[in-house]
Design a protein around this ligand. Structure first.
Ligand SMILES: Nc1nc2c(ncn2[C@@H]2O[C@H](COP(=O)(O)OP(=O)(O)OP(=O)(O)O)[C@@H](O)[C@H]2O)c(=O)[nH]1
Ligand SMILES: [Zn+2]
Length: 305
């Protein structure tokens, strides 16, 4: 292996990205294409800084396989579930059928990503199965109207794959979605040779829920991608009920017209959001998702006090 970089004393200093973190070891993919198993310099611990997967770092290579992280570049952002830094976008992955699409789940995942202020792409899988495209055609316009892009994907039938990979270019992408929707299948497609487990839902059910506790960034042709175990356990518990409307683009824009101060846009007569729903300007399914998440947040808050 050829190492290149700046020579500092007997060490080479290189730039790279942490792609995996396991019990105190950080695996750094260097800009020269090597992967180094690294420890972090003690100073980070003293400062209370924990290197994260996704961090851009400077390493001092020690030989061709190991190194020490000596510097961490300032983070653009930091997700907590999964724990990953410098994320550019999230692919929200759901299956159109098997398991059947839940619009509540879809809207909840969109709201999670909105809370993180990240761009998203909606990826609807298993599009070749009978009845799937009809579901897609029904819902896609609702989301397009809010400027969310939605792709019908079937890697089995070669449908939508080019659009999917085009979105990966020069980005660090996180896949979010419940078990069984096809995230591993996507990973294996965009990262040929990646060691990703794919199994049927029932097989996994028999073995019990498999738990992946660490995140890994895989390098694709032009970017990085990570699966996100744990994303689905996300809750909005740190939010106040009146903040939920801002996670729903359509509710938010209708709420601008609501004359009631502090309105949560529930059952109040004359509420602009409720009116918009009744008059068909706001999709009933979206309003239902908003109301359900709002209720969950209110319930969680009541339990705290
Ligand atoms: N019909 C059809 N099945 C698919 C498609 N993509 C994935 N599957 C199947 O759906 C099942 C689940 O796929 P996975 O990729 O393991 O799903 P996952 O989201 O990674 O699930 P976990 O590994 O449990 O997180 C597997 O049996 C896949 O073969 C598709 O486009 N069409
Ligand atoms: Zn209102």
């Amino acid at each position: 292996m050829e190492l290149s970089g700046e020579r500092v004393g007997v060490h080479f200093r290189m730039r790279g990205k942490i792609v995996r973190a396991v019990s105190g070891f950080y695996y750094v993919q260097t800009d020269t294409g090597a992967t180094l198993q690294c420890r972090a310099r003690g100073i980070f611990k003293k400062r209370g800084v924990k290197p994260l997967v996704g961090d851009r770092v400077n390493v001092e290579a020690q030989g061709t396989k190991e190194g020490v992280i000596v510097e961490i570049a300032p983070r653009v952002n930091e997700l907590t579930r999964p724990s990953i830094a410098n994320v550019d976008q999230v692919f929200v992955v759901l299956s159109l059928i098997e398991p059947e699409l839940s619009l509540y789940q879809l809207d909840k995942m969109i709201a999670m990503v909105e809370e993180q202020n990240l761009p998203l792409l909606l990826v609807l899988t298993k599009a070749e199965l009978p009845g799937a495209i009809e579901v897609f055609q029904q819902i896609e316009p609702v989301y397009r109207a809010m400027h969310y892009e939605m792709i019908a994907l079937s890697l089995r039938a070669g449908m939508g794959s080019e659009r999917l990979t085009a979105h990966l270019k020069n980005k660090t992408t996180v896949l979010a979605g419940l078990s069984g929707v096809g995230k591993s299948t996507i990973l294996r497609f965009v990262v040929p040779g990646a060691d990703v487990a794919v199994g049927s839902i029932s097989e996994k059910g028999l073995r019990g829920k498999h738990t992946t506790t660490f995140v890994e960034l895989y390098q694709t042709e032009h970017g990085f991608i990570a699966d996100s175990p744990g994303f689905s356990q996300y809750s909005f518990e740190s939010l106040e009920p009146d903040q939920i409307q801002y996670l729903f683009r359509d509710v938010k824009s209708e709420a601008l017209h609501c004359a009631f101060r502090g309105c949560l846009h529930e059952t109040e007569d004359g509420c602009a959001v409720r009116n918009a729903c009744e008059e068909g300007r706001l999709a009933a399914t979206r309003y239902a998702s908003y109301r359900q998440i709002l209720q969950e947040v209110k319930d969680a808050k009541n339990r705290r006090y």
